[in-house]
Design a protein around this ligand. Structure first.
Ligand code: ADP
Ligand code: MG
Length: 581
């Protein structure tokens, strides 16, 4: 044996390739770690691959035709689930398209995160003319609850965590998350990457009210002769359905639901004063607001809709302390989350609670029955073309028979009349134009309602309102969603009968006469219906909803039937110059 043979060659040290991750994967992992399963968006530079990869990683990625509708979908997903809805857009124009929805989500207190790709910081900040150059963070900031930018892959976990907390905690709202293109390709060690992610613990911590605040509120309530509860969409959002029902029934206090709080208790509940709203607001002496703001929708708590100045005392439950006294004095502010506050009030009422005086309950009941009786014949008219009332009378029956369907509603007359006519029976089933009275939420809300809940969706749209998001019928068909759209086609905005005084053009408020919106649905493989009577409408909607397939019903409404701006015509300024006779 030679010495040489004894030499043992040590195995060459194989450098174990460290496993790597990148910005794309860290964003996806951070969202998934926090239980976010769905992204609504429009692909393009620089987030095309983010969408692809998210889908490959098992997330649901719903691609729209326009970012505003993806944003509206994300916003209403947030309302329905209490998790921030995610909207993903490209830079500058895509971001701006999504921003309307982000601002609207913030106004409505819906938790949402708009994630937009952005261009090179170095070039944007020196304004050297980059592709889609825009200082998106600065633009988003005043329009949302919080705005963040992440520059390093290692900070993605913290960035996403901060966005989730900002969106969900306290008063929910919209958050902007700016992700520059370069971030996505940044590579880092996979293990360190995983460690950098944050699972947000208790994103919306309970905020219990002070016992003194509860005692004060109960004192005021006890003193009331004509008490009223107003339920707002904050109450619907809070998912404290049982406690709220208990509070109404235990206290015996009549309630008025704001539009998106309808169904929290069934609209047919004996304590519902929805159909006696004007009397209830005007004659009440103590009003308990639960997740409802005294904004324009409640005439700011003063003026003609209410009693004499000072005759109504307000108790307000809200998570946002600064909401108190925003319009009128709040004599008993109760700051905290609705579930905790309502439970505390219930506990405080205890056994010896005195029901409100029966004459007040009787007054509202009589008024309500009179209003319902007055409305009834209008709902049964079989005239053709249909009136709004007749068409809505048909849909009212359908919703009664399908109480778990989600109703999306926008328009002017179509909105105002549907809100009053269509009773809701379950919480969070009515989704509409919200605090701003914004048009264009229809298809975005419908898509998210179907995706998030798996329930059938009935979308009742004015022909003008439908136009804002109508192209998304392709999205509805592409994903095969159970959405039945009914377009109330009266040839125009408010009415279809206006003319241009000069005779040159169509009037500013009219559309192509006798349009066939049903053909739009057929173009993408859905089912179209064209109906002119309430019976035909009923048959079409039932057939569509039974099939679970995308459908659009073009419902011909009398072009002369609508009124200017629906119920809010008084907000239209009138010219100060008198017309010469
Ligand atoms: P509506 O238009 O139906 O009257 P608003 O949007 O005006 O409803 O009011 C909703 C209110 O609910 C907001 O002031 C918001 O701060 C509040 N809110 C939302 N979520 C909660 C919650 N979980 N607990 C308490 N208040 C809430
Ligand atoms: Mg119209």
């Amino acid at each position: 044996m030679t010495a040489l043979a004894k030499i043992v060659h040590p195995a060459p040290e194989v450098e174990a390739e460290p496993e790597l991750t990148d910005g794309f994967h860290l964003v996806i992992d951070a969202l998934k770690l926090n239980g976010i399963e769905t992204i609504y968006g429009v692909p393009g530079i620089p987030i095309t691959d983010l969408g692809r990869m998210a889908q490959a990683e098992g997330m649901r990625v719903i691609s729209f035709r326009h970012e505003q509708h993806a944003g509206n979908a994300a916003a209403i997903a947030g309302f329905l689930t209490q998790k921030p809805g995610i909207c993903l857009t490209v830079s500058a124009p895509g971001f701006l398209n999504g921003l309307t929805a982000l601002a609207n989500a913030t106004t409505n207190c819906f938790p949402m995160i708009l994630i937009s790709g952005s261009s090179e910081r170095e070039i944007v900040d020196l304004q050297q003319g980059d592709y889609e150059e825009m200082d998106q963070l600065a633009i988003a900031k005043p329009l949302c609850k919080a705005a963040f930018r992440v520059l390093h892959a290692a900070d993605i976990g913290i960035g996403v965590a901060r966005a989730i907390r900002a969106a969900c905690s306290g008063r929910p709202g919209g958050v902007y998350l700016d992700l520059p293109a370069k971030l996505f390709a940044q590579v880092m060690d996979a293990e360190a990457g995983q460690k950098s992610l944050v699972k947000v613990i208790d994103p919306a911590p309970a905020q219990r009210p002070a016992p003194e605040a509860i005692a004060r509120a109960l004192e005021v309530l006890k003193s009331a002769k004509r008490p009223l509860i107003v339920l707002g969409k904050g109450a619907a959002y809070a998912q404290a359905d049982e406690a709220i029902r208990s509070l109404v029934e235990t206290s015996g206090i009549p309630y008025v639901p704001m539009s998106m709080a309808k169904g929290l208790l069934p609209d047919t509940h004996p304590l519902s004063a929805g159909a006696a709203r004007s009397t209830a607001l005007k004659d009440s002496d103590v009003v308990l607001l639960i997740g409802a703001r005294l904004n324009w929708l409640l005439s700011h708590g003063k003026g003609k809709s209410w009693g004499e100045p000072g005759s109504t005392k307000f108790i307000q439950i809200d998570i946002e302390p600064r909401e108190m006294d925003s319009n009128v004095e709040i004599v008993a502010p109760v700051v905290g989350d609705i579930a905790s506050c309502v439970q505390a009030l219930l506990d405080g009422m205890g056994q010896g609670w005195q029901q409100p005086p029966s004459d007040w309950i009787e007054t509202l009941k009589t008024k309500r029955e009179a209003n319902i009786a007055k409305m009834a014949p209008k709902l049964m008219s079989n005239a053709s073309p249909m009136t709004f009332h007749a068409a809505l009378g048909a849909l009212r029956t359908i919703v009664k028979e399908r109480p778990d369907a989600i109703l999306v509603n926008e328009g002017a007359n179509t909105l105002d009349l549907a809100r009053g006519i269509i009773d809701m029976y379950q919480p969070r089933k009515r989704l509409d134009v919200g605090t701003w009275g914004i048009m264009g939420i229809g298809m975005g809300f419908a898509v998210a309602a179907a995706v998030e809940t798996g329930k059938p969706v009935l979308c009742v749209e004015g022909d003008s309102a439908f136009g804002f998001s109508g192209m998304e019928v392709e999205t509805i068909c592409r994903y095969g969603l159970p959405v039945c759209i009914v377009v109330f086609n009266n040839n125009g905005i408010y009415r279809g009968t206006d003319t241009d005084p000069t005779g040159r053009d169509p009037a500013t408020t009219v559309f192509v006469q006798d349009s066939r919106y049903d053909k739009m649905m057929e173009a993408f493989g859905g089912v179209g219906y064209h109906v002119t009577t309430p019976d035909e409408l009923t048959r079409a909607v039932n057939e569509a909803m039974n099939s679970g397939r995308p459908a659009l019903v073009n419902a011909v409404i009398d072009p002369a039937a609508g009124s200017e701006s629906g119920n809010i015509g008084s907000l239209n300024p009138q010219s100060g110059i008198k017309k010469k006779k």
